[in-house]
Design a protein around this ligand. Structure first.
Ligand code: SF4
Length: 455
């Protein structure tokens, strides 16, 4: 019998993908590892892989992304990378001195079949230092899968239930979102006056301030003692089925911490669900400040409804972000016509289809798709607006469409990673972006008409 990975490879080989709407697992694993305090991500593979992953993250966050590599050469490719990893562990702790090394694999080391637990077990790790790992074969899944695997690896390595009674604290796994989103989720949790442990937490790492002095490990990131303490929390909220649920479920299994998987809190409905879940978990009331923000958002949506109603949208990106954004677009009265993610997974199609059915709509929906197909869909049925990452710009240019850059990677714009799209404040930002894009287009069309009249 074929396992799922083999089936997926055969299926993709037979169909072929052109401009897949995703990148590779280690990118997500590297990003997740950066969310631990004083952690150096380590890529067990060739230098080229590591450079590519660092480059992608550096361009998206516009901050230097630090990571080390096992630097495979032909010898390691043939005889295995054990010697390289052992030498790397020695060198990294001697030269860079992180507290933790988070090792992830690449296509090459996975294909060779390097046995990471045995290699790490036989390495010279200084007494007060930690090395843990996640398997991230890139011929399966996407960068979101890599993020999920590394986050699950954190649970498997660190989380421990040491207390008889669970503590009055909640674990929050934010998923593959920007540090600006993580800060906003933490702001909401603080307003709700609940003690929390967020992991991974890349705020303060990939959005660290300029101080005039270079530090290899900025102040942000989840502390190791907090990661261990996640096993004593009374609940886990894992945001996003694709990026966070596996870690939440692993924690439930390992330490009996109940896991609640919610949609990424983008838009009114998903944010409401997040807040209602916190109430159910034990927060006594919603603070007036949050009620006010929600009220403002609903007011804005009502005031601007006529801009959006009936406008057709094509949206692509990572599954958790696309699902919640699509839900929010429906709340705005917009019509998602083409919805695609590059990350394979049947739940995406099911969730989006149910959402659209509920709204009485039909659309092209696909998981594991590519941008060639997405472009064809748009040619066959044109839309008013395109939402996706930087790679959507080629379609936007070809079809003369406004593009809103949401998701990962956004390589040709700046500041986006500092500003949230989650929570009520984030939803206001999305409304502003959609509104500006549609109105700019309308202004331009009107100007063109005036020009034609003059001519
Ligand atoms: S070889 Fe695999 S791990 Fe390396 S960059 Fe390519 S897809 Fe990613």
């Amino acid at each position: 019998m074929l396992d799922n990975t083999t089936k997926e490879i055969r299926e993709r080989k037979s169909k072929g993908l052109i401009n897949p709407a995703k990148t590779c697992q280690p990118v997500g694993a590297m990003y997740a590892a950066l969310g631990i305090y004083k952690c150096l991500p380590h890529s067990h593979g060739s230098q080229g892989c590591c450079s590519y992953h660092r480059m992608h993250l550096t361009r998206h966050f516009r901050d230097p992304i630090m990571a080390s590599t096992s630097s495979f050469t032909e010898g390691a490719s043939v005889f295995g990378g054990a010697a390289n990893l052992k030498a790397s562990i020695r060198n990294v702790f001697t030269i860079y001195n992180p507290d933790v090394m988070a090792v992830h694999t690449t296509c090459l080391s996975e294909t060779i079949g390097d046995d990471l637990p045995s290699i790490i077990g036989g390495s010279e790790v200084p007494e007060d230092k930690i090395v843990f790992y996640a398997n991230t074969p890139s011929y399966h899944g996407s960068h979101v899968t890599g993020f999920s695997n590394m986050t699950k690896g954190m649970v498997q390595h660190f989380s421990t239930a040491t207390e008889e009674e669970k503590k009055e604290q909640v674990n929050v796994i934010p998923g593959f979102v920007n540090p600006g989103d993580m800060r906003e989720i933490k702001r909401i949790l603080s307003l709700m006056k609940i003690r929390y442990i967020m992991f991974p937490d890349t705020s303060g790492v990939v959005d660290a301030p300029m101080t005039g002095e270079y530090v290899m490990f900025p102040e942000g990131g989840t502390k190791i003692e907090d990661l261990k303490d996640t096993g004593n929390s009374k609940a886990t909220i894992s945001m996003g089925l694709s990026a966070s649920a596996d870690a939440g479920l692993a924690l439930e299994k390992k330490c009996r911490v109940p896991n609640y998987t919610l949609n990424t809190p983008i838009g009114v409905k998903a944010t409401d669900e997040f807040i209602m879940k916190l109430l159910k978990i034990g927060v006594s009331k919603v603070p007036a400040e949050l009620e006010e923000e929600r009220g403002q958002l609903v007011d804005i949506m009502t005031d601007t409804h006529f801009h959006f109603h009936g406008k057709k949208v094509a949206i692509f990106g990572d599954p958790d972000v696309v699902i919640s954004t699509t839900e929010f677009l429906l709340s705005l009265g917009m019509v998602p016509v083409h919805v695609l993610t590059g990350t394979p997974g049947e739940s995406f199609v099911k969730t989006i289809t149910e959402m659209l059915d509920h709204a009485g709509l039909k659309a092209n929906v696909k998981a594991g798709g590519d941008l060639l197909m997405f472009h064809q869909w748009i040619k066959n049925e044109p839309v008013d607006l395109l939402i996706g990452n930087t790679y959507g710009k080629y379609i936007a240019r070809a079809e003369d469409l406004p593009l809103i850059r949401i998701g990962f990677p956004v390589l040709d714009r700046s500041v986006h990673s500092y500003l949230p799209i989650v929570g009520y404040k984030g939803a206001m930002r999305i409304v502003e972006m959609v509104s500006n894009a549609l109105l700019d287009r309308a202004d331009r069309d009107a100007a063109d008409e005036d020009f034609e009249l003059v001519m």
